[in-house]
Design a protein around this ligand. Structure first.
Ligand code: CMP
Length: 138
């Protein structure tokens, strides 16, 4: 670890045909795609993925939204991946995100914020294990 992070292109962004444009930004940012899938979460799976936010006021809306339609999930590789990817995507709230960041360009709101990025190396490992089997990340 240290050199990987996990991203999700969220419902909304997928529905608005932004898979290609967002993956292009990710590649332009110097990240290499190590694993990739198109899938859809059940509500209980979204709740498990976001378990550290359980009890927060936005938890139910967040997990409803994340299980509402298909997503694209990827493991991304780059030196200093977690911090550099958070810089590339910008603040959680697109209104606070810097110009040129993925959320500034593509996000609709704080919940509908186009992409997820792991918040630590430990999260990157947990989240990669959640979505990908061993043979999917050779
Ligand atoms: P994400 O990077 O997927 O991790 C947790 C998500 O919770 C975050 O993106 C936002 O979509 C959502 N979130 C975090 N804080 C808030 C908030 N204050 N209001 C609404 N949604 C939030």
């Amino acid at each position: 670890a240290g050199n990987v992070t996990l991203t999700i292109i969220k419902p909304g962004a997928v529905e608005r045909n932004l898979i290609g444009p967002i993956l292009a930004k990710i590649n332009e940012g110097g990240f290499v795609i190590k694993a990739l899938k198109y899938t859809k979460l059940k509500k209980e799976q979204a709740c498990e993925f976001y378990q550290e936010h359980e009890g927060k006021p936005f938890y139910d809306d967040l997990t409803d939204f994340m299980s509402s339609s298909p997503i694209v999930v990827a493991i991304l590789e780059k030196e200093n991946a977690v911090a550099d990817f958070r810089k590339l995507i910008g603040s959680t709230d697109p209104l606070e995100a810097d110009e040129g960041t993925i959320r500034k360009i593509f996000a609709a709101s704080k919940t509908h914020n186009a992409v997820h990025g792991s918040d630590s190396d430990a999260s990157a490992i947990r989240e990669s294990d959640f979505f990908f089997s061993r043979v999917e990340r050779f």
